[in-house]
Design a protein around this ligand. Structure first.
Ligand SMILES: C[S@@+](CC[C@H](N)C(=O)[O-])C[C@H]1O[C@@H](n2cnc3c(N)ncnc32)[C@H](O)[C@@H]1O
Length: 419
């Protein structure tokens, strides 16, 4: 329990430090670490957490020069990272930020680090110009990604890597998918305009907002008119496009964004699988909000005997687990938690999933392989390996979306099973 007022900057800094420290101890932001934050402070804490994790490479560089020795308490280090992020991005009222950070430090380790927090942040303000110049001269720190990650990007995308990194360091755009069963996109855009929310169309069903807004400000959100989904993710349903009445498998479905989009576009006999029961409940909740229906089963899609009735599918979506290297701006913890060997480990899992799902596809059927990664070992090279193992597989369409101002990074390969 914090004794700081929940509407104070000190409270937001304190909570953000707690969450960043949990991430550095190995927890994922997907574990709902914001749940314990008072509702009034959640937007501010979210901004501090996501911003400081996106900018961790900068903060780490500054602390290496500002601290005489490593800090014994992780939450104090996290508090300094969060406060540095705030000082760099909102340079007004810097002394208030320092004072509030010192108040936050009063709640950590019996307040023993208040003087240190005060001293480090004031040193930063005094040396800021020199520190920022040194950072710009560093080969890694200004990119705000781990060195091994940058090497992967540079090898794969020698022309585009710095644009990929720049996109990953931005706050993401907020995009919507209009539920075409309940509302046309033009009508929904008009409803947004009436609510003072500017948006522009993208893809078949998408609208990108000029500014992010909380979902409870979106007209008809709780009545299923619209969902939050990146336009890059919306490509899955556009590409697989199963015909009405098809028997469709969404094999790695949770939380269900692509399942719902497939069902919004056509009446389907759809089976949605996911490994984790708790995540399956999120699929069901989403479908309920959107007035859609599918059979949802918690199962490992590679264990066919657990869930397959032996009837082949007309279309399969394999939205496989991956490094998420195309969506680092939405999951800024991932780039610091991942290790280089994770790429090979994901690639192995992905190849097992592909091989298993190929067996449940009917001859002439289509399988869409999807990742939100930009690493070729999970994408183009994965598919080359698969084609070598499965001579009956042919590519109908392949696309790599690199993250930019409009879309997150995704890879899609639409495969056909030749009869
Ligand atoms: C990229 S996410 C899917 C996102 C989802 N398609 C959407 O659009 O909302 C990958 C999902 O695969 C699930 N998963 C991982 N291994 C699996 C397996 N062997 N069988 C079924 N699901 C699996 C994970 O639990 C995770 O929810």
């Amino acid at each position: 329990m914090s004794r700081l007022p929940s509407n104070s900057l000190a409270y937001a800094l304190r909570q953000a430090a707690r969450i960043d420290a949990a991430v550095f101890a190995g927890q994922s932001l997907a574990d709902n670490l914001l749940a314990r934050v008072e509702a009034v402070a959640r937007p501010a804490v979210q901004d501090l957490v996501y911003g400081s994790l996106r900018a961790y490479g900068r903060g780490d560089f500054f602390l290496a020069r500002l601290l005489e020795r490593p800090l014994a308490v992780d939450e104090v280090r996290a508090l300094l990272l969060v406060a540095l992020y705030r000082l760099e991005t909102r340079p007004e009222a810097v002394h208030t930020v320092v004072d509030q950070a010192v108040s936050a430090a009063g709640e950590i380790a019996h307040g023993k680090f208040r003087a240190l927090v005060n001293g480090v942040l004031r040193s930063f303000l005094r040396q800021r110009t020199a520190l920022e110049a040194a950072l710009q001269a560093d080969p890694v720190a200004p990119n705000q990604h781990p060195a091994w990650w940058l090497q992967e990007l540079q090898a794969a995308w020698p022309e585009q890597w710095s644009a990929i990194v720049a996109a990953g360091n931005q706050a993401p755009p907020m995009a919507l998918r209009v539920n075409r069963r309940r509302c046309s996109r033009a009508d929904y855009q008009a409803q947004l305009a009436a609510a003072g929310i500017a948006a522009s169309p993208l893809g078949d069903d998408g609208l990108t907002l000029a500014q992010p807004v909380p979902v409870d400000r979106l007209p008809g959100f709780f009545d299923g008119l619209v969902s939050v989904q990146d336009p890059g993710a919306q490509r899955a349903a556009e590409l697989l496009a199963p015909a009405p009445g098809s028997r469709v498998l969404d094999a790695c479905a949770a939380p269900g964004g692509k399942t719902a989009h497939l069902l919004e576009r056509a009446d389907l006999d759809l089976l949605a699988l996911d490994l984790k029961p708790a995540r399956c409940r999120r699929i069901e909740d989403g479908l309920g909000r959107l007035y859609l229906a599918a059979k949802v089963v918690a199962a490992d899609c590679t264990q066919l005997d657990q869930w397959w009735d032996g009837l082949p599918f007309d279309a399969v979506l394999a939205d496989v687990p991956c490094t998420a290297s195309g969506v680092v701006r939405r999951n800024p913890d991932a780039k610091w938690l991942r290790r280089p060997e994770d790429i090979a480990s994901f690639a192995l899992t992905q190849s097992r999933i592909l091989d298993a799902l190929w067996q449940v596809l009917r001859p002439g059927g289509k399988l869409l392989y999807a990742t939100c990664s930009v690493f070729p070992r999970e994408n183009q090279r994965q598919i080359r390996g698969f084609l070598a193992r499965q001579p009956a597989a042919g590519i109908i369409h392949e696309e790599q979306i690199l993250p930019d101002a409009e879309r997150d990074g995704f890879f899609y390969c639409l495969l056909e099973k030749r009869s």
